[in-house]
Design a protein around this ligand. Structure first.
Ligand SMILES: Cc1cc2nc3c(=O)[nH]c(=O)nc-3n(C[C@H](O)[C@H](O)[C@H](O)COP(=O)(O)O)c2cc1C
Ligand code: SF4
Ligand code: SF4
Length: 433
């Protein structure tokens, strides 16, 4: 059976599934139950400086987006870092780590962007015996207005500076958690590693307003007639997170550096996708908040079964395997020609493919009087829209034309691999050897 044991920055955990810093990891009671359910590690809910803790709103703090079946697709929150006393948290972390030496316990920290503030908290965290720290440069709301969270994460020089302080005043691994609220994720990632960070984790939440109440004319969640932007997470953010992980994994300046993948992970497959793109482990928040701690059991059994099927003995066997296949557009093969094909047996004659192609694509689907839908190869550009709108999975597939076949749309013979960099229509084309 596949071995799910993971070693991330030298920190061993029985599986690659960690709970992300958030309400599931806010206290000892939760974390003990999470470990009993099987989680491999936790990143404790973000700690702030000594002194009076932050204060959360006392009204609703979540907004949401649902699918047609009311499955939660996206969650938005206006919660702050922990509102519990620093020393209570530190004592609880110490006890939990002592009782679960085989699990990863990472402490998330967010204090002002001043050397003294980091110098003060790091020895206290070191004393807990936790395995490492994660710097929260991500929260887009509440803390950012106070010069912390994403306000730091959006300035690579600050990231580098704080990472350096942490490496100076703390002896164990330092993970920098990145905000996605930035144009190019490679810059903060490079800054983190330049400052000496051992890993980056991403993504934190995306700045968002999930909905507007049209009776109250106010963004939701509403607090006494006003709303605030919050942090978006859950299944809806996974594509954004995957791309950001891939960007870092294939950037020559950061390729091969440790990444902890976060964002919308709900199933073992989501986790495997992050890992295939280069994440050494994954962190989960919304799925645990939606389905409870036991959701990890399906993740563990699913990943283990898939690895057995594929012949992977350990997670290291497939981590990063998909990263070299992430390419810039200009290197994609323009001689890869496909045509849509409809399986008439599976078709339920709903007509969605016809409407989509006729109105918004290339008028490449015919509809007969008795509603038989068929693709006109001479018009099909292979955009894949019909595949995506068809309600019957596998009913429309894309057939690849062989090299040497004639594409009925262009009248040209399908040639060997050739991309935009050498295409005659490209004014900047470099002549092929
Ligand atoms: C209610 C809530 C509170 C959160 N608090 C923190 C926090 O204190 N520190 C932090 O680094 N991230 C925090 N996050 C972000 C999560 O750790 C995680 O990065 C994000 O939710 C994306 O993962 P997911 O899609 O699995 O939820 C919070 C998320 C939620 C939903
Ligand atoms: S792949 Fe695109 S162009 Fe071809 S039939 Fe489908 S929707 Fe039309
Ligand atoms: S969308 Fe799919 S099921 Fe509906 S008509 Fe087209 S091929 Fe048939």
């Amino acid at each position: 059976m596949a071995d799910l044991t993971t070693e991330f920055l030298g920190i061993r955990s029985p599986n690659p599934f960690w709970l992300a810093s958030a309400p599931p990891t806010d206290k000892e009671y939760n974390v003990r139950r999470a470990f009993e359910a099987g989680w491999g590690g936790v990143v404790w809910k973000t700690l702030g400086s000594e002194g009076p803790p932050v204060v959360n709103v006392n009204g609703p703090r979540y907004g949401a987006i649902w699918g047609a079946d009311r499955r939660l697709l996206g969650l938005n929150n206006i919660e702050l870092i922990t509102d519990r006393d620093l020393y209570t948290n530190l004592e609880e972390i110490t006890r939990v780590k002592r009782d679960y030496p085989d699990r990863a316990v990472i402490v998330s920290i967010m204090v002002p962007c001043e050397e003294e503030a980091w110098k003060a908290i790091l020895p206290l965290v070191e004393e807990t015996g936790a395995d490492g720290i994660e710097l929260n440069f991500g929260c887009p709301h509440g803390m950012a207005e106070r010069g912390m969270g994403s306000a730091v994460g959006q300035v690579p020089e600050y990231i580098r500076m704080v990472a350096q302080w942490c490496k100076m005043y703390y002896s164990k691994p330092v993970i920098v958690k990145l905000t996605p609220n930035i144009t190019d994720i490679r810059y903060p990632a490079r800054a983190a590693f330049a400052g000496g960070a051992d890993a980056v984790s991403l993504i934190n939440t995306i700045n968002s307003i999930t909905s507007v109440n049209l009776d109250a004319m106010c963004p939701e969640p509403m607090i006494d007639g006003k709303g605030s932007h919050g942090g978006y997470c859950g299944p809806a953010v996974k594509p954004i997170a995957l791309n950001m992980v891939a960007e870092i994994a294939r950037d020559p300046e950061t390729a091969g550096k440790p990444i902890s993948g976060i964002g919308g992970i709900t199933t073992w497959r989501d986790a495997a996708e992050f890992m295939a793109l280069g994440a050494g482990n994954v962190q989960v928040c919304t799925a645990a908040m939606t389905y409870g701690f036991k959701v990890v059991q399906e993740m563990i059994s699913g990943l283990s079964q898939w690895m057995d099927e594929k012949g992977y003995e350990s997670t290291a066997d497939f981590i990063g395997m998909a990263a070299p296949r992430v390419s810039d557009w200009q290197h994609l093969n323009l001689n890869y020609v496909t045509k849509a094909e409809i399986d008439q047996e599976a078709c339920i004659k709903c007509g969605r493919c016809y409407a989509a192609c006729e109105d918004t694509s290339h008028q490449a689907i015919d509809m007969s009087e008795d509603r038989v839908f068929s693709v006109k190869d001479e018009d099909c550009v292979a955009c894949n829209l019909c595949v995506n709108v068809c309600p019957v999975e596998g009913c429309i597939t894309m057939r690849q034309l062989e090299e040497g076949e004639v594409d009925p749309r262009t009248g040209k013979v399908v040639g060997p691999y050739a991309n935009w960099t050498t295409h005659p229509n490209n004014p900047g084309a470099v002549a092929a050897e």
